[in-house]
Design a protein around this ligand. Structure first.
Ligand code: DGJ
Length: 718
């Protein structure tokens, strides 16, 4: 049973939330405090948990501060980071919550708490995803009084880990440098991981993983992801009382939300999990959960098509003729979805003009998009188009008609990033304009994919229609506005595939995942840099959503760039008009090989076998029990004398089974194919025989023959 309630008639109830392999427990302790008890391996006996609590504490160390709480509130002798902070209408800022009941509905537990004086209630909501080993949690704050309440901070989740010396990982990213993971150890004080850029943003990841000694395959890891497409915050606090507090939810750096009588504020959901098998298990639980619960239909179960995107080839210089030429070659090498990026609309010849004017440029497309789309379709490909719906260039018809439609302060010059401003998504007229403008293009043309870009996070938190005293609600309202527009467009066009992009990977989060069908991971398409970006991405996000293009970036062997891109959902960004037949043939063969293994890559279990950071080379494996593909990347940059061989040890195979093993790449000791299809049968007929135990324990030898060498090791169970 997923939710076990114990002692609900005693005043000190215990709430035990069990998944297949984990237990999460909290109680109302003897002092009336909602105390967090436990998160870890399965325990089925709620009666074993003690509810005595830690007593009253003493002057400098209050009972609240010394207790690991399930929900803490500002004031009331608390000096630590708290789950929520608010001001009552009469100026009182201390919230004293007492338990007043609980109920369950299917897999969801609701625990109600109420202030001792005011009609202010807080409901803790826990949805147990038993099969997935995940718990989703959120909070609902309701005001029942006549006087308004101002909520100043509201985390979605709080729990504590007994012990000290915990480590945590997150990323310190930039544009074109997403998911550069770091690890810190917190021996005291607080660590804040935050985005104030109205999106998950490149700078940090809306997720946490906390551990003491975990590795890829062993050790305890507690983790969580925030389902919110806006500014977020995670606070880790090592208390002096022998435990670490973990809080996650919306950012409160610039936040206030007024609650009138009868109104409520619902926090975003945070999904948490616990792994006793290290990071590999964490990533695969999250990927399975994403595929089973978060991703929208109909693409959730379909392998994504191989796409071609024209951005790196043509930038803003798009024309019907040039795009048609690219499309012909793309179709010829096996591309299934042809995407025209920026530059097709308004007076968009560079990044100074045009955003907001969502009509086809007649200079570039005299007969509209139809001739190009028909051509693309006749070549057997679907057609996709780029948009940046939330933005406006001051040099646009839209801005000239509606200068009041951006976030701005009346007495300051408008701030721009990449020459553009952010449309005020708190306004219904702006939301309607965007939905209608994009809908018109989508309904008039046979478009089956959109790349939704976003290249500037605003910092001017002011709107013409929101009263000044509510400007601090803009981050939250903007996130709501964005998701409302995207959801409405998805509702109108359910068959259109949506890619979320924000200057590369600036909008990668679980809320966006719930509406969109994939992420653009990074504008950095250099195969070598991609290896670290993709490794960091893969910790918390599913591979299927990781769009990766092979391009000319980096001047590495083409095979290396292709192999790096084949580790995700493959795209091509090379300027095909400049490729000779020989090169096109090589690309054709990579694409064909990708199609042979894409279901394995996009839906398989992922194992990070070796990392550039720690091993000097990278190896990632995808397996589904029957088949396995491991991508191995090395280069003298990491290994000094690059000829030293390594042994790549796979995971997840059947130790007693026999496998056919084939190494594929362009060196004499591996299978160097031209345009052959490398299906199961090819691997079986050409591969050497090895046992699963051999492949996992002794491994396959790989020599790095030259700088930036890569190969793929396929294994098929006989
Ligand atoms: C930023 C994106 O990340 C790129 O892929 C490309 O779409 C450009 N914007 C277009 O302006």
């Amino acid at each position: 049973m997923a939710i076990i309630l114990y002692g609900t008639d005693t005043g000190t109830p215990v709430f035990l939330l069990n998944t297949k392999n984990t237990s999460y427990a909290f109680c109302i302790n003897k002092s009336g405090i909602a105390e967090h008890l436990y998160y870890g391996k399965l325990i089925n006996s709620p009666a074993d948990f003690e509810t005595e609590g830690r007593g009253e504490g003493m002057a400098y160390h209050s009972g609240y501060d010394i207790t690991p709480e399930e929900i803490s509130s500002f004031g009331c002798q608390r000096y630590k980071e708290t789950s929520m902070k608010l001001t009552f209408g009469d100026g009182v800022r201390d919230l004293r919550l007492a338990y007043c009941g609980c109920r369950t509905e299917d897999d969801t537990l609701y625990v109600d708490l109420k202030d001792m004086h005011y009609s202010l209630t807080v409901t803790l909501v826990y949805k147990v995803y038993e099969e997935y080993d995940i718990i989703g949690r959120s909070r609902i704050v309701r005001n029942g009084d006549d006087l308004p309440v101002t909520v100043e901070s509201l985390y979605s989740s709080e729990f504590a880990l007994r012990g000290t010396g915990y480590r945590y990982i997150n990323s310190n990213g930039t544009w074109a440098g997403e998911f550069r993971m770091y690890e810190n150890r917190l021996n005291g004080g607080k660590a804040i991981i935050e985005s104030t850029r109205n999106a998950a943003a490149h700078v940090s990841t809306p997720a946490f993983a906390v551990y003491q000694n975990a590795t890829e395959t062993a050790g305890d890891v507690w983790y969580g992801v925030i389902e919110y497409a806006g500014s977020f915050k995670i606070c880790l606090e090592q208390t002096p009382y022998g435990w670490m507090n973990i809080l996650a939810g919306m950012s409160d750096t610039d936040f206030e939300w007024k609650l009138g009588k009868g109104e409520q504020l619902v926090s975003p959901t945070v999904y948490t999990g616990y792994s006793d098998n290290g990071f590999d298990a964490m990533s695969n639980v999250l990927a399975r959960f994403s595929r089973g619960v978060i991703m929208p239909e109909p693409y959730r179960k379909k392998p994504l098509d191989v796409l071609y995107n024209s951005w790196e080839a043509t930038a803003f210089d798009v024309s019907c003729e040039e795009q048609m030429k690219l499309a012909e070659i793309a179709a010829d090498i096996g591309v299934e979805l042809f995407v025209m990026d920026d530059g097709w609309f308004g007076r968009r010849n560079n990044d100074h003009a045009g955003l907001g004017d969502w009509y086809v440029s007649r200079e570039k497309f005299p007969d509209g998009l139809t001739p190009l789309i028909e051509k693309v379709n006749s070549l057997g490909m679907r057609f996709g188009l780029w948009f940046e719906p939330e933005m406006v260039n001051p040099d646009s018809d839209l801005y000239r008609a509606h200068p009041d439609w951006t976030y701005h302060y009346r007495n300051r010059p408008l701030l721009l990033g990449r020459n553009q401003a952010v449309l005020d998504l708190t306004r219904a007229d702006v939301r309607e304009y965007i939905v209608e403008a994009v809908s018109e293009i989508l309904s008039e043309n046979n478009i089956s994919y959109i790349k939704w870009d976003m290249n500037y996070p605003f910092s001017e938190c002011a709107s013409e229609l929101v009263p000044p005293e509510e400007f601090k609600s803009l981050h939250f309202r903007h996130a709501e506005g964005f998701t409302a527009i995207a959801e409405e467009l998805k509702r109108r066009f359910p068959q259109v595939e949506f890619e979320a992009c924000a200057s590369g990977g600036g909008r990668i989060d679980y809320r966006t995942m719930g509406i969109f069908d994939e992420f653009w991971t990074s504008d950095n398409t250099n195969g070598y840099d991609r290896l670290s970006i993709q490794e960091g991405y893969s910790l918390f996000y599913p591979i299927k959503y990781m769009r990766a293009w092979a391009t000319d970036s980096g001047h590495f062997p083409e095979e290396f760039n292709f192999h790096a891109a084949m580790c995700g959902s493959l795209g091509i960004g090379v300027n095909l008009n400049r490729c000779d037949e020989e090169r096109l043939a090589r690309m054709r063969s990579h694409i064909q090989h990708y199609k042979d293994i894409r279901t394995l890559v996009q839906f398989g279990t992922l194992h990070r076998l070796a990392s550039l950071k720690t091993d000097g080379y990278q190896a990632v494996q995808y397996e589904n029990g029957e088949e396995s593909a491991a991508f191995v990347f090395g280069g003298v940059r990491e290994r000094g004398f690059g000829m030293l061989p390594v042994r790549v040890k796979m995971r997840g195979l059947d130790p007693d089974a026999e496998y056919a093993v084939l190494r594929i790449g362009s060196w004499q000791d591996v299978f160097d194919r031209e345009t052959e299809h490398i299906d199961r049968e090819t691997v079986i007929s050409k591969g050497v025989r090895k046992s699963g135990a051999y492949l996992m324990n002794y491994g396959t030898e790989v020599r790095f023959h030259y700088d930036m060498y890569s190969c793929i090791i396929r294994a098929v169970k006989i």
